[in-house]
Design a protein around this ligand. Structure first.
Ligand SMILES: C[S@@+](CC[C@H](N)C(=O)[O-])C[C@H]1O[C@@H](n2cnc3c(N)ncnc32)[C@H](O)[C@@H]1O
Length: 389
């Protein structure tokens, strides 16, 4: 994929390019699709169209109306998923009618704020992204609510009482989780809290919690079991305590964490806590909510006598458990008949991919899950399956 240029964006926003993009489905052999495009367009135009069609297809995982939007590769990667951005706009910024979105990229958050009915000041310093942002906002019919400004927000004065900032997490093209590597630097973002009533900053979930300033709250968001982001809140957007939320269920757990959880050998069911709960350090509290115990103080698997249906944890019925031995596992699988196997791992050195290569791949039949973990100081395995609902 070639880097976009302003010339490319000028072309892509034209009506003739949009008409071509509407029909262009980049299925099939790339060279043949490109050769087809080259009959009607210059080499550059054909490549821009083709790349954009690929980006739209990739963007469909994040945006329900990706087919109406334009993208740039890295900005798409950095963009918030629609489901997460919509939840934030609705739940965290509910009391505010207007928000400044500083560093808007191609518009993942600005669009969500506008759809939640807010007036948005969307500031983006990269001219290419600002042009795409302007296009996307118009294509989705949101121009009346979103003012796009191409500028470095540090040079701007604005009137909004609350700010959302999603600093870029890359330094010299490489991803970083260190707050000092943010672009713009985290101290510039934090300084905003002197100027506004509330500040919400989206950060990498792998951030170093010690870098979060005193007085700020910290929360973690997952979407369909995948950890997506950390959110630091200041001023009116700070919460009293650390929190975790699992989307799309919007299940939430708030601190403070309990000092400890019960510990017991695996019982009838095993729970895998949502990664937002684990990252927020609220495992003991989740254990209490589920009436479950940790299988080991150092492992984030819980176990209980019943299976509580809770969006903050997956639950499986335990079929067998024992110290990890390949021979024993093969014997279990033999007894249980044809099955497909998922492998999950915590505190266990066995490589799931390598293990799967050494097991018969029956497929079909039951869907089993193997938890590789550690118990009583040795590698342990727990074979389980989802209970019938
Ligand atoms: C992580 S992206 C934002 C993604 C956006 N929230 C979304 O969901 O699409 C960060 C953006 O901030 C922009 N940026 C970084 N520093 C900036 C500054 N000082 N002023 C304006 N924009 C800035 C970058 O160009 C980048 O596009």
């Amino acid at each position: 994929m070639r880097p976009l240029s302003l010339e490319a964006v000028d072309f892509l926003v034209s009506q003739k390019a949009q008409e071509e993009l509407r029909l262009l489905k980049p299925a099939g052999e790339p060279l043949r699709v490109l050769a087809g495009l080259r009959r009607r367009w210059s080499a550059d135009e054909a490549a821009w169209l083709y790349d954009q069609a690929l980006l739209r297809r990739r963007a469909a995982a994040k945006f329900s109306e990706a087919d109406l939007m334009l993208f740039e590769g890295e900005a798409l990667e950095q963009a918030s998923s629609e489901a997460v951005a919509a939840w934030r706009a609705r739940e965290l910024l509910a009391p505010y009618e207007s928000v400044a979105d500083l560093g808007s990229g191609i518009g993942g958050d600005a669009i969500a704020f506008a759809r939640a009915g807010k007036e948005v000041l969307a500031v983006e310093k990269n001219p290419l992204r600002a042009a795409i942002l302007r296009y996307n906002v118009a294509a989705l019919g949101l121009s009346e609510r979103v003012s796009v400004v191409e500028a470095d927000w540090r040079d701007l004065s604005f009137e909004q009482r609350v700010v959302f900032a999603d600093p870029a997490r890359r330094k010299q093209g490489r991803r970083s989780v260190r707050l000092r590597d943010m672009e713009p630097p985290f101290e510039d973002v934090l300084a905003l809290s002197e100027r506004v009533e509330g500040l919400l900053v989206k950060l990498a979930p792998a951030l170093d919690k010690d870098e979060v300033p005193a007085g700020a709250s910290l929360g973690f968001v997952s979407l369909r079991g995948e950890l997506k982001e950390a959110l630091v809140g200041l001023g009116s957007l700070a919460r009293k305590t650390t929190w975790a939320v699992a989307l799309p269920a919007q299940a939430c757990l708030q601190g403070p964490e309990f000092p400890a959880a019960a510990v017991s050998a695996p019982r009838s069911f095993i729970y895998e806590p949502d990664p937002a709960v684990i990252r927020a350090g609220l495992l003991h509290k989740l254990a209490a909510r589920l009436g479950a115990a940790q299988i080991n103080e150092r492992v984030a698997y819980l176990s209980g006598d019943e299976c509580r249906n809770d969006p903050l944890a997956g639950c499986w019925r335990i079929l067998r458990h024992a110290p990890y031995r390949l021979k024993t596992l093969r014997g279990w699988l033999n007894e249980l008949g044809p099955a497909s196997l998922d492998v999950k791992r915590r505190h266990n050195p066995v490589d799931p991919q390598e293990l799967l290569k050494r097991l018969p791949q029956e497929g079909g039949g039951r869907r089993l899950t193997l938890f590789l973990t550690r118990l009583r100081g040795e590698p342990w395995m727990i074979l389980a399956e989802k209970p019938q609902s």
